[in-house]
Design a protein around this ligand. Structure first.
Ligand code: OAD
Length: 236
């Protein structure tokens, strides 16, 4: 960190860019998911009401696909940081894959939900789910055939906002990795963190929509820039 005082409390925000090199499509890059599918058709509560089979099938395919992918050096570097960092650390991810956990990260918050969870709209319980939902399996907790993907759709409230804002208020450093800064509230975290006095750093392939808000931007593929940054953070 040069001659800067070493930050103790870190909030890290990750987006689809960190999983791109694991072979998971991002949303807004060319060829990304939102070029192949209209958000309104597959990622809103209205879409689910209108055509549940289309939505369930879309998420069944994604759920199956992520299980065949592996964490990359960027996920692994963040897991090492998590294991070794003595101060507070919260890894807030917009990603619904489980690559952070599979790399070994423990302090993870999935603000947009998780592919590998099913949410029962009858009893409100969440169950770990790796198979399809299209055939309307019974909820393991209550037996109702009312499971939906536990993924936050457009128009729904992201998870864990109170915990996230509490961590941002305590943060000395806010780092954003592989996210385009197009979707709120996550896109606003950098400004919140700055207002609370944190230093802000962006690691991304290209400048994001919120680049101007960061004190520093380092551009490059996540598997290069993230391990480099983590090594810097851990050197005494
Ligand atoms: P986006 O697809 O909007 O942005 C991905 C970002 O990652 C872009 O800025 C890319 O330049 C960058 N990127 C691509 N490859 C990279 C690499 N190898 N290394 C580093 N950066 C790379 O994805 P998100 O910002 O995550 O929400 O999207 C935010 C939310 O929008 C998602 O959580 C999802 C989506 O709609 C919901 O579904 C609720």
């Amino acid at each position: 960190m040069g001659d800067m005082e070493r930050p103790r409390n870190i909030v890290i925000l990750t987006g689809a860019g960190i999983s791109a090199e694991s072979g998971i499509d991002t949303f807004r890059d060319s060829g990304g998911l939102w070029e192949q599918h209209r958000v309104e058709d597959v990622a809103t509560p209205e879409a689910f009401e209108r055509d549940p089979n289309l939505v369930l099938r879309f998420y069944d395919l994604r759920r199956e696909a992520v299980q065949a992918k592996l964490p990359n050096f960027a996920h692994e570097a963040l897991a090492i940081l998590d294991a070794q960092w003595k101060g507070e650390l919260l890894l807030v991810t917009q990603n619904v894959d489980d690559l952070h956990e599979r790399a070994g990260s423990r302090r993870v918050l999935h603000m947009h939900g998780e592919h590998l969870n099913a949410w029962c709209t009858a009893c409100d319980r969440r169950s770990r789910w790796t198979g399809p939902l299209i055939d309307r399996p019974a909820c393991p907790a209550c037996g109702a055939r009312a499971l939906r993907p536990d993924v936050v759709w457009f128009g729904e409230m992201p998870y864990g906002m109170e915990r996230i804002y509490a961590a941002i208020r305590q943060a000395d450093l806010f780092v954003s990795i592989g996210t385009s800064g197009a979707v709120y509230p996550a896109a606003g975290f950098v400004r919140d963190a700055r207002e609370c006095g944190a230093r802000t750093l962006e690691l991304n392939l290209e400048p994001s929509q919120g680049s101007v808000w960061f004190h520093e931007s380092r551009l490059g593929p996540a598997t290069d820039v993230v391990p480099e940054w983590v090594a810097e953070m851990l050197q005494s």
